[in-house]
Design a protein around this ligand. Structure first.
Ligand code: AMP
Length: 544
């Protein structure tokens, strides 16, 4: 074989991204929204802090491959960790702060985090769990004021950096296949599963994301990354920004419409990225209270279906929202729904309402009963994908191998794919509900409902919801002679679930429809819901 004669040993790694902060974009900025307004820091200064942080990680004894947890919102310090931790050869484990406490404990222990960096505002969430977490050597608290009580021996992030000394840190040689970061998905059955991203997968994904038919990100952009940094590397946006020199605007914990609109106006954001629930909150605020969003040219929205109503709402303000589809196991971008060239009007809308066209480097097939179905826009089945940023296994969990089908990942999403590579999602094979960008397990709700003495059977399905994308609907068969109020059933669930996971809608039915092999046939329930055939009783949602 005749080998190419290029520098094929050049490794696609995070330190190469980190170096660009100072070598190419020193005047670009990262802006964090704090209580008293936006805080600006140049990429040059952030680059210096990344070097300090790298030295500090050495001092804390972080070894190559060891996991370093973060429990934080989108802010400058989290961005520094995104760059420094993988660059010293360790693994950045971003913990989802919205998980149920038991899941937080589970994933920190499962990942074997040795150092955990925590936003000061989130210390009260972690502190009560510390006794159940094993193996963390250091808790580091990030903030500007005194360290809140609750984490044993907590160290201040700013003290750590101040003591770390000046000068450019010489990052070690890193193999691009080495693990760079770890993110757990709760979008599976059973315990959350870890997806371990390599440097190479992140480098390729975040570069591709910037392409003109993707985000079209450039150094003249001011990108508002609303998607949390604890969700699949914030869709790779921090890395895409550092690669292109886009200014990165970070909202911190301020995810409501008002502060987001204010940040956009003051900082003249040009691009926004977030899940439908958050973008719809922002739109609602702008429509009701005004706000200058004229600087924004577009946005990317995904994680759940993006409705035409939401996109049209943004069009009224001159903002073109592109739908994207992906999952934690795929780093996450698989498709972006930019309409095909030359289309306008309804034809363009037809493309925009799909999940989008398969991204460069991503390949997909539709699993059928007898092999793969044709890509004719009609045949549907579970989508399987492969590509350089698609997971090949879960971290430390071989039992899930049925997700991985001979080099293809089973997405759990049902879709048709057309001749142009556009993916149209039609259903979900996984038995889960996605509400406000977070997962709710229907099976767990069903099991717990079935423990109530008045419940004979319960099947939980997703109910479309304008604000949250989906909410759980509990379809319940009662024991003869029992008539509990919906609230009684919800109160029964309350101790075992986070408040936002609790159903506030119940349908009392005579029996749960079954398939020929006796399994719950939720397709029938979903069809009944769509046809308005289910009588739904609602309880006031629990305030969170
Ligand atoms: P997660 O791993 O939590 O990011 O969830 C990934 C899942 O979210 C996908 O497998 C889909 O079921 C769902 N999802 C993501 N993007 C979209 C979209 N644009 N439309 C519909 N569902 C989506």
């Amino acid at each position: 074989m005749l080998q190419g004669l290029m520098q094929d040993d050049f490794q696609l790694t995070i330190p190469a991204i980190a170096r660009r902060l100072q070598s190419c974009y020193s005047d670009r900025e990262i802006v964090t929204l704090r209580e008293d307004g936006p805080d600006h820091v140049t990429y040059e200064a952030v680059g210096e802090r990344v070097s300090r942080l790298a030295r500090a990680l050495d001092r804390l004894g972080v070894a190559p491959g060891e996991r370093v947890g973060t429990f934080a919102w989108n802010n400058q310090r989290h961005f520094e960790l995104y760059l420094a931790v993988p660059s010293v050869g360790a693994v950045l484990h971003t913990v989802n702060v919205r998980l149920f406490p038991e899941q937080i404990v589970y994933i920190i222990n499962h990942a074997e985090d040795r150092v955990v960096f925590v936003d000061d505002s989130l210390v009260p969430v972690l502190a009560p769990l510390v006794d159940q977490i094993v193996g963390v050597r250091h808790w580091v608290v990030m903030g500007d004021g005194p360290i809140p009580e609750g984490l044993p021996g907590a160290i201040s992030y700013e003290d750590l950096l101040a003591d770390a000394g000046e000068g450019v840190y010489d990052f070690p040689e890193i193999d691009e296949r080495q693990a760079a970061s770890l993110c757990y998905t709760s979008g599976t059955t059973g315990n959350p599963k870890g997806v371990l991203y390599s440097h190479r997968s992140i480098a390729l994904h975040s570069t591709t994301m910037c392409m003109a038919d993707g985000l079209g990100l450039s150094a003249s952009d001011r990108l508002l990354a609303i998607v949390p940094m604890f969700h699949v590397n914030a869709w790779g946006l921090p890395y895409s920004a550092a690669l292109t020199g886009a200014t990165l605007l970070m909202p911190g914990p301020h995810l409501q419409g008002e502060p987001l609109a204010r940040l956009i106006e003051i900082e003249e954001a040009t691009l926004i990225a977030g899940v439908p629930t958050v973008l719809s909150g922002l739109l609602e605020h702008v429509e009701q209270h005004g706000g200058d969003v004229s600087s924004v040219r577009g946005g990317i929205c995904g994680g759940a279906a993006v409705t035409r109503g939401l996109m049209e709402g943004y069009e009224r303000h001159g903002i073109s929202i592109l739908q994207a589809w992906g999952m934690t196991e795929t780093a996450p971008l698989l498709t972006i729904a930019r309409p095909a060239t030359g289309l306008d009007g309804e034809e363009a809308w037809a493309d925009r309402l799909t999940a989008g066209r398969l991204s460069p480097w991503v390949e997909a097939r539709i699993a059928g009963d007898d092999g793969a179905e044709p890509h004719d826009g009609e045949a549907t089945g579970e989508v399987e994908v492969r590509g350089p940023w698609v997971a090949s296994a879960y971290f430390g969990d071989e039992s899930q191998s049925d997700k991985f089908n001979g080099g293809w990942l089973r997405t759990g999403d049902i879709a048709a794919i057309d001749e142009r590579g556009f993916v149209r999602l039609t259903d979900r094979a996984k038995d889960l509900i996605k509400s406000g960008g977070e997962w709710i397990s229907s099976v767990e709700l069903e099991n717990e409902l079935a423990c109530h003495p008045s419940v004979r059977e319960a099947a939980v399905i997703a109910m479309p919801d304008e604000r949250w994308s989906e909410r759980p609907l509990a379809c319940v068969v009662l024991e003869d002679g029992h008539t509990p109020a919906p609230k009684v059933l919800r109160d029964h669930l309350a101790p075992s679930f986070a408040r936002w996971q609790l159903p506030s809608s119940f349908a009392f039915i005579d029996e749960v429809p079954k398939t020929s092999v006796g399994k719950f046939d939720k397709k029938v329930l979903r069809a009944q819901l769509a046809e308005d055939e289910l009588e739904i009783a609602s309880v006031e949602p629990v305030k969170s």
